[in-house]
Design a protein. Structure first.
Length: 232
């Protein structure tokens, strides 16, 4: 894998996940991080983990080497002019406890960049009050916004973004995106070419990446005017 990345100059960003990088041993984390940092074309490395949200106490444990290794890799990357970040997942402000705040502070004090990616969940966080609270709480503990990846109707995410954008500082406001099936990648929700709210079908293109290929995104069936199928 490392040889392939080194021989493919177009690859400049790497996400280490495979499930959750928190399951890597400190030795594995160090090995992967050092190998990637040694590759000239790699400029940015992201370690994806829910660890900060589901088990923040590990970052407070002086005997736990995982966070120490992450900090060491971050420092080494910075010295090389490369970026290492921890990408985590908080979906509701109630997930953030005093332990989370202390863990985030430790990472902030050691200059580790932490970004959050929220999955927009129907009935859990897809309302303005909850989302504003989550965004502001994360900003207060120096966790940067990533993207809001949705599986609620596109019309709802557009309304949610409209009510949030401008009420919170731009640099802590996340991008609201759709993750397109079929290799379409993530696209800003507002950049659709067309959107039929009756059928729930929206169409997106990315000329700079996929040429004129059209990728379709589908609202959940339950959200359609007739849950049994398309409206006539």
């Amino acid at each position: 894998m490392f040889a392939y990345i080194a021989n493919t100059p177009a690859v400049t960003d790497v996400v280490v996940s495979g499930g959750d990088s928190f399951f890597l041993s400190p030795e594995q984390l160090k090995k992967i991080g050092e190998e990637l940092l040694a590759i000239e074309n790699i400029r940015r490395i992201r370690f994806a983990s829910k660890g900060l949200s589901v088990c923040p106490s590990r970052f407070l444990d002086s005997q736990d080497e995982w966070s120490k290794t992450l900090i060491e890799l971050s420092n080494r990357g910075r010295a090389l002019g490369k970026s290492i970040a921890l990408h985590t997942h908080f979906n509701h402000p109630n997930e953030i406890s005093w332990i989370t705040r202390r863990a985030a502070q430790i990472l902030f004090e050691n200059a580790v960049t932490v970004r959050n990616q929220t999955v927009l969940l129907n009935g859990v966080n897809n309302d303005v009050v909850t989302m504003k609270s989550l965004i502001r709480t994360l900003a207060d503990i120096n966790i940067q916004p990533g993207v809001e990846d949705l599986r609620t109707p596109l019309r709802e995410i557009l309304q949610l973004e409209a009510h949030i954008r401008g009420t919170i500082a731009g640099f802590v406001t996340p991008s609201f995106v759709v993750d397109l099936p079929g290799g379409g990648g993530k696209r800003l929700a507002s950049t659709f070419e067309s959107y039929d709210e009756t059928t729930g079908v929206s169409k997106f293109v990315a000329p700079g990446v996929k040429g004129n290929t059209v990728h379709e995104y589908y609202d959940p069936v339950w959200s359609l005017p007739q849950a049994s199928g398309y409206a006539p």
